[in-house]
Design a protein around this ligand. Structure first.
Ligand SMILES: Nc1ncnc2c1ncn2[C@@H]1O[C@H](COP(=O)(O)OP(=O)(O)OP(=O)(O)O)[C@@H](O)[C@H]1O
Ligand SMILES: N[C@@H](CCO)C(=O)O
Length: 355
């Protein structure tokens, strides 16, 4: 990932992601072909704060003040950790064009965070490694599945490393210290002592992916915040349920790379007992969609699950995409829920390019 400041304009592109893929709660993520694209314009140094313009998903609700927008707040965090007091004076405009719907389980916040880390890296000419970028992202979004897949692309598994007590404390500082209220009150200095991430918070590996497998995203027309969808989960699980998920996850990570893919194996391996059963209360139609659509009823279907924290449903398939999506639409309709659907490919990770 290159970052040069001699460019007058550059473009950052970050994909959507689907986390969990059934049993891999907070562990696996898949990058998908919807993007958050930032076009960054540099010019003559100016004391005026950079202007943010925005189009696409979330345009009616996203803050355009660089001190309040998630992406620019994260960029400022990265810059502050490297001795910069504020945005560079040469930063004139950031245009964000976003295809990733907010609060639907397609990793919009993870993409915004990764875009911010990459932006901070480029503006500060930091040349951070991907591993170090992940450390910064994990100080903001603390489950690694979405941000890792958005950063590196593909079908990815990740874990948070067990750090020594001092580093553990450093990695767990409250979010309000990582992304403080900006700007400071008049006369106050926000200083140059933001919480620096420890090194190596997250580790990841990319699994094989069979390119004939596509993702049908069935997207209900309502938002569900990740925070709300995590609140309904229990603190503890039975041994039986954990073994159920681990057995399936171990099979799934290899099964989705095999050629040809085995629908019987994958369908069962995408079942989950750790998060989906609890989230059905927030997503009417979820149990019906994940149980009534099968490879027998819809040839080409491989498996079906909740995408991230929901409410989007992800169907992995090699064929029959429209019939799968329309069948899911009918089930949601019975619950009074309208949906949109998109056929998506597995995408590359985040990138920076000259304009
Ligand atoms: N491009 C963006 N720019 C600024 N803020 C964003 C952007 N995208 C998302 N956000 C913020 O993230 C929030 C959505 O995050 P949330 O974690 O609830 O859902 P999600 O990331 O879409 O879903 P999931 O984490 O389940 O995949 C939005 O309401 C908004 O505040
Ligand atoms: N693993 C996370 C992904 C959502 O960001 C969850 O399911 O809550």
């Amino acid at each position: 990932m290159s970052s040069s400041f001699s460019k007058s304009s550059f473009v950052i592109r970050v994909p959507a992601t689907s986390a969990n893929i059934g049993p891999g709660f907070d562990v696996v993520g898949l990058s998908l072909s919807l993007h958050l694209t930032l076009t960054v314009t540099l010019g003559e140094p100016s004391p005026i704060l950079p202007k943010i313009t925005y189009s696409g998903e979330g345009a009616d609700e996203v803050p355009l003040d660089p001190y309040h927008n998630l992406t620019t707040r994260v960029a400022l965090y990265v810059l502050r950790c490297h001795g910069h007091r504020s945005f560079p004076a040469e930063l004139i405009n950031i245009h964000a064009d976003n295809q990733i719907p907010f609060g639907r389980g397609l990793g919009s916040s993870g993409a915004a965070v990764i875009a911010g880390v990459v932006l901070g890296d480029s503006l500060g000419k930091l040349e951070l490694s991907r591993e170090r970028m992940l450390d910064f992202a994990l100080m903001v979004e603390r489950h690694p599945d979405n941000v890792t897949a958005a950063l590196v692309g593909g079908f990815v598994g990740s874990y948070l490393k067990e750090l020594d007590p001092q580093a553990t404390e450093a990695a767990q500082v409250p979010l309000s210290e990582v992304l403080p209220e900006y700007p400071p009150d008049a006369g106050e200095d926000w200083g140059l002592s933001p919480p620096i991430p420890p090194f190596g918070i997250g580790h990841y590996v990319r699994f094989k992916w069979n390119r004939t497998v596509k993702a049908v995203a069935i997207i209900p027309r309502f938002e569900l915040s990740t925070a709300k969808a995590r609140e309904v989960l229990p603190e503890q699980y039975s041994r039986k349920d954990l073994i159920f998920n681990m057995q399936r996850l171990a099979v799934l990570t290899t099964a989705l790379g095999q050629d040809p893919p085995d629908p019987e194996l994958i369908y069962e391996a995408m079942k989950d007992r750790v998060h989906q059963p609890y989230r059905k209360l927030l997503i009417p139609g979820l149990p019906a969609v994940t149980s009534l659509l099968t490879p027998a009823s819809h040839p080409g279907l491989l498996g079906i699950c909740l995408s991230g924290a929901g409410p989007t449903i992800l169907a992995l398939a090699t064929d029959n995409f429209e019939a799968i999506a329309e069948a899911a639409r009918d089930i949601f309709k019975r619950e009074g829920i309208e949906v949109d659907w998109k056929l998506l490919e597995v995408a590359s990770g985040s990138s920076v390019a000259d304009r």
